[in-house]
Design a protein around this ligand. Structure first.
Ligand code: ADP
Ligand code: MG
Length: 395
């Protein structure tokens, strides 16, 4: 085993963490940079909760790049069992070995007097076959057992069943995994663990307690523009700024799936490729399918766009329901359109719950970046508030 020097602190301070992430294309605000810095100092996992497409998964990827660590990823899904997350016994290899060693095994039981004794003798060889040699490590064990320090991404943990969540607890607090046949395997190097959740169900208090918790919401206009700028979309600064405003307006509509940062980026690229020079209602409407992907949402957005482009545009009565006043103070007033709690903070959970509806987890909304996808299924409309007790256990 290589004995690597215990790595020097990943980051000197919060500002360096922010800078190094930025160097690798990830723009973080103070809160996020502080959390990442603390994670590397306190050896605590980070749990990022928030809507899809706000940069949760990307943070883990960028953290790996910024710290020069390998990224290991466990994509969670419903019905996933621990053999896919922790380890399983390599049955094929065990079988192969017993085939090859048939004669040797035969000699062990050769002079046994009866079946019972034969079984006893074979059983004594158990430890040979249930040893590390026959262990097939899955991402969690791989992260613990890795010879070099890694970043472990446990992605969309809210999709996993609570049984798997329980399995995670030992790992997250002790950085070790117990295997009954072998014993406890402790981390050679503490991994930086990033868990993400799209917040479709509450995670257990035990899990949260073990993590530095951060809620990631859509960024403010300035940072979103900065992110768009950093992606070299080809869209002019002025148009990108305007586009960000439009997307922020779209997020205030009660859409089933609000456009995320990745969709703003896609939209900017689309408009740049089309050589658009002005964000007119027509241009936006004809490219809206880049950001809005449900039929119902498309209708709503198409209705709202003329007034987003020009607050004084006349819209036929009945199209906007309670939308009166939407255009007042346009240009500076976008923030006030988002649901807020008493403190004036954006109430992200309320926003999401309000939008939660069947089919929320259809493929594609999560970027399709690897991992096993569950079959889309229909779920009750109250999915956002479902609790552990209401969840079905896999059989
Ligand atoms: N802070 C950020 N800095 C740079 N790019 C970002 C940031 N947040 C989001 N993005 C972009 O948005 C995309 C979607 O982010 P992702 O991490 O997949 O979202 P989530 O995991 O929250 O659903 C990323 O691939 C990245 O291009
Ligand atoms: Mg993600």
């Amino acid at each position: 085993m290589t004995t690597l020097p215990e790595s020097a602190p990943a980051f000197i301070d919060v500002e360096e963490a922010r800078q190094r992430l930025a160097d690798h294309g990830y723009l973080s605000d103070d809160r996020l940079a502080t959390t990442v810095f603390l994670q590397t100092r306190l050896d605590k996992p980070v749990l990022l909760e928030g809507p899809a497409g706000v940069g949760k998964t990307q943070l883990a990827k960028s953290l790996a790049e910024a710290t020069g660590r390998r990224l290991l990823r466990l994509q969670c899904y419903e019905g996933q069992d621990e053999t896919k997350a922790l380890y399983e016994w390599d049955y094929g290899k065990q079988l192969l070995y017993t085939q090859i060693l048939r004669e040797k095994l035969g000699s062990i039981v050769e002079d046994a007097v009866d079946l019972n004794e034969s079984i006893e003798r074979i059983a004594k060889q158990d430890s040979v076959f249930f040893s590390e040699r026959f262990l097939a490590a899955r991402p969690l064990l791989e992260a613990i057992d890795s010879d070099e320090p890694v970043v472990l991404l446990i992605d969309e943990v809210d999709r996993a069943d609570e049984a798997l969540e329980a399995v995670l607890l030992e790992l997250l607090s002790e950085f070790q995994i117990s295997i009954p046949e072998i014993g406890t395997i402790s981390a050679k190097h503490l991994p930086y663990v990033v868990l993400t959740s799209n917040n479709t169900r509450d995670l257990s208090a035990a899990l949260k307690r073990r993590c530095l918790h951060l809620f990631l919401d859509y960024p403010d206009a300035e940072r979103e523009l900065e992110i768009i700028r950093s992606k070299d979309t080809g869209l002019s600064e002025a148009l990108a700024g305007r586009l960000v405003e439009i997307v922020r307006d779209l997020r205030t509509l009660d859409l089933r799936k609000a456009p995320s940062i990745s969709e703003t980026i896609d939209w900017a690229r689309t408009l740049a490729v089309l050589g658009v020079e002005e964000l007119t209602s027509d241009v936006l409407s004809s490219t809206l399918n880049v950001v809005v992907k449900y039929e119902r949402d498309l209708k709503k957005a198409l209705d709202a766009i003329p007034r987003m482009v020009d607050p004084n545009a006349t819209v036929p009565d009945g199209l906007h329901g309670h939308g009166h006043g939407h255009g007042h103070g346009h240009g500076h007033g976008h923030d006030t359109l988002e649901p807020r709690d008493d403190s004036g903070d954006v109430d992200g959970k309320a926003v999401r719950l309000a939008k939660d509806s069947p089919g929320r987890h259809d493929d594609g909304y999560y970027g399709g970046e690897g991992g096993t996808k569950p079959t889309p299924k229909s779920v009750p409309a109250g999915q956002g508030s479902r609790s552990f007790s209401a969840r079905k256990r896999p059989v």
